[in-house]
Design a protein around this ligand. Structure first.
Ligand SMILES: Nc1nc2c(ncn2[C@@H]2O[C@H](COP(=O)(O)OP(=O)(O)O)[C@@H](O)[C@H]2O)c(=O)[nH]1
Ligand SMILES: Nc1ncnc2c1ncn2[C@@H]1O[C@H](COP(=O)(O)OP(=O)(O)O)[C@@H](O)[C@H]1O
Length: 192
């Protein structure tokens, strides 16, 4: 059996990663599984432990780092985020293509460890529109929004680290483009 692909989806907070993902992740042709991350961030209303994130304490997160349990991890605006390694390996060994939705520092770590990873960076149509989206979502207090926007400007400078760049103007179109990218790689893998 072919080992599954590793796909990295990154982009600034509020750009629409989660929104786009919902449009393509259920397409069976992609044979895709989302890797649930571990985080010390508090759950937002409606978020479910084990589905959206594995919500953890800083202590447990640091233990996971020390035990080598994370494929990558990063600190983002005051919280830890990381990808559980075992689960990613298990899914890929089963032939599943695994999708990581992670920020830039983590994406760089993954690309160093797995040079075959398919990395996609989502950009907003403009920084003003990014601000409108992050504010419109109303999930963070003003202070955190400011920090996330400052972070976004730096993250945008890292686009050259990615294989593909997709603009999220229309979310359905962005999802179609991502689907095309993944399907092309699936095809290439099958013809190897
Ligand atoms: N490095 C890394 N980043 C992650 C991981 N999980 C989520 N992130 C990123 O952490 C950032 C903050 O995530 P979150 O607080 O859920 O905010 P949101 O992405 O704006 O909804 C986003 O850029 C996520 O893509 C992970 O496992 N590792
Ligand atoms: N193409 C788009 N046009 C307008 N609003 C969008 C678009 N994509 C996402 N949004 C909105 O922007 C906000 C942030 O999207 P979200 O998917 O939570 O971003 P992320 O997962 O990257 O942090 C949400 O309120 C979402 O409905």
């Amino acid at each position: 059996m072919q080992r599954g692909l590793l796909i990295i989806l990154s982009g600034p907070s509020g750009v629409g990663k989660g929104t786009i993902r919902k449009y393509f992740e259920t397409d069976e042709r992609l044979n895709l599984t989302y890797s649930t991350s571990m985080t010390t961030r508090k759950p937002r209303a409606g978020e479910v432990d084990g589905r959206d994130y594995f919500f953890s304490t800083r202590e447990d997160f640091e233990k996971a780092i020390q035990e080598g349990g994370l494929l990558e991890w990063a600190e983002f605006v005051g919280n830890y985020y990381g990808t559980p390694l075992k689960e990613v390996n298990r899914l890929r060994d089963e032939g599943k293509n695994v999708l990581l939705e992670i920020e830039v520092q983590g994406a760089i770590q993954v690309q160093e460890k797995c040079p075959d990873a398919i990395s996609i960076f989502i950009i907003p149509p403009s920084m003003e529109e990014l601000e409108r989206r992050i504010r419109g979502r109303s999930t963070e207090p003003e202070e955190i929004i400011q920090q996330r926007l400052a972070k976004a400007s730096n993250e945008m400078k890292m686009v050259s680290q990615y294989k593909y760049i997709v603009c999220n103007d229309d979310p359905k179109l962005a999802a179609e483009l991502i689907k095309t990218i993944i399907l092309r790689h699936v095809e290439l893998e099958e013809n190897k």
